[in-house]
Design a protein. Structure first.
Length: 237
């Protein structure tokens, strides 16, 4: 009888011990995964064989209580493989996610090509470079430069390649060293990368963004990083 009472009296202690251990495991090793707007896009277009999500714009509102916002551009293809673009509405994002993408204005955050998803940041339109369906490499002043065919010339404007041509050497570097591994911002000249927020091409293409940024006091404490990590920004990871 006394043995049964002893066993029953130990049960509350055992449950308490298990609860404490479980809490410690979750708090020390577990990380809560929060979906980003890009994660939602990936789910929304999961049945598409080809699509891309670009960071079209970003903003910070407020000084003490800040609101971080993104605006994305979605690239989709019709049945013939002709791409078209549409820009979404402003969406609020977390501060850490915003900071991780401060250098990615105008960049592709994720794209899917022939059913294969690439989650590392890359120059806009890079998934079409090297594809003989859309264009070819041409010689220009001793350099090999990507050129879209006439019927796809609009893609040069869509992806800013009239302003920042895509050289074959850079493409080889991207495919050989960065694709599936890490973000790619192109060669650096005078401390500035070829692609990304602070590149010469982005500054010329988006003067209003930089005027707005200069007028926002909330941007002062934001610290951009050179991309969204060696493996992207954690989309679906």
């Amino acid at each position: 009888m006394s043995k049964q009472l002893k066993q029953k009296s130990n049960k509350p202690f055992q449950w308490l011990l298990l609860t404490v251990i479980s809490t410690l495991i979750v708090s020390c090793g577990g990380k809560k995964f929060e979906k980003t707007p890009v994660d939602n896009y990936i789910v929304e277009y999961s049945k598409e064989q080809n699509f891309a999500i670009l960071l079209q714009d970003m903003d910070v509102e407020g000084t003490f209580f800040k609101t971080h916002k993104h605006k994305y551009q979605v690239i989709l293809e019709d049945e013939e493989g002709k791409p078209s673009e549409k820009t979404g509405e402003w969406v609020e994002v977390g501060e850490k996610y915003f900071a991780a993408n401060e250098n990615n204005l105008g960049m592709t955050l994720v794209y899917k090509k022939d059913g294969k998803l690439e989650k590392n940041v890359s120059p806009s339109g890079v998934q079409y470079v090297g594809d003989k369906k859309y264009g070819e490499w041409r010689s220009n002043n001793g350099n090999s430069v990507w050129a879209f065919y006439g019927q796809y010339m609009f893609m040069s404007h869509m992806f800013g390649m009239m302003r920042t041509p895509f050289y074959r050497n850079n493409y080889n570097t991207y495919r050989g060293s960065h694709y599936g591994r890490s973000g790619y911002y192109g060669p650096t000249t005078n401390g500035k990368s070829t692609y990304g927020t602070n590149s010469a091409g982005t500054r010329k293409a988006r003067p209003n963004f930089f005027k707005r940024k200069a007028s926002r006091s909330g941007w002062g404490s934001s610290r951009g990083r050179s991309g969204i990590g060696s493996r992207g920004s954690g989309f679906g990871k």
